[in-house]
Design a protein around this ligand. Structure first.
Ligand SMILES: [Cu+2]
Length: 158
């Protein structure tokens, strides 16, 4: 009986851990979101605005220039139009550059954080975010080689 319960629990836990369309829908507790220099994770269900960003195997985001208002909750929907894995990672320029370098050294590195959407080919991923500071921020694809090939975009917070 104890074994059976453990098996059922393991089976139930599986979908929460798997990379999916909305990896944080169930797993991430937005009330525990931590502030970063580029803002804070926010429940995409409360977003005032949805911004769709396409990702392609030509190593480009479309659009690559986005303007948001400080304080608004934005729901990014990142659509992978290519045939390889892409991801949308929010950050400062310095942070993305540092992270891209790490990814090149450790390509198997996995990370599930609310400012990152890993998206399989043909799928979409979601990020809910509130930009808390005025300024210029960035997003990039940190799959090894992609950021270096120019797979990045800019977010202006007004
Ligand atoms: Cu990519």
């Amino acid at each position: 009986m104890r074994f059976l319960i453990a098996t059922i629990l393991a089976a139930l836990a599986q979908p929460v851990l798997a990379h999916g369309e909305k990896p944080y829908a169930r797993a991430f507790d937005y009330s525990k979101a931590e502030a970063t220099p580029f803002g804070i994770a926010a429940d995409p269900a409360t977003a005032e605005r949805t911004i769709r960003v396409d990702m392609s195997d030509t190593m480009r985001f479309t659009p690559a220039q986005i303007t948001v208002r400080r304080g608004e909750v934005v729901r990014f929907v990142a659509a992978n139009k290519g045939k390889v894995l892409h991801e949308m990672v929010l950050g400062t320029k310095e942070e993305l550059e540092k992270h891209a370098e790490l990814m090149t050294k450790f390509p198997g590195m996995e990370h599930d954080e609310p400012h990152i959407a890993h998206v399989a080919p043909g799928r979409t991923g979601e990020i809910g975010w509130r930009f808390t500071q005025h300024g210029t921020f960035y997003f990039g694809c940190l799959i090894p080689g992609h950021f270096e090939a120019g797979m990045a975009g800019r977010i202006t917070v007004r």
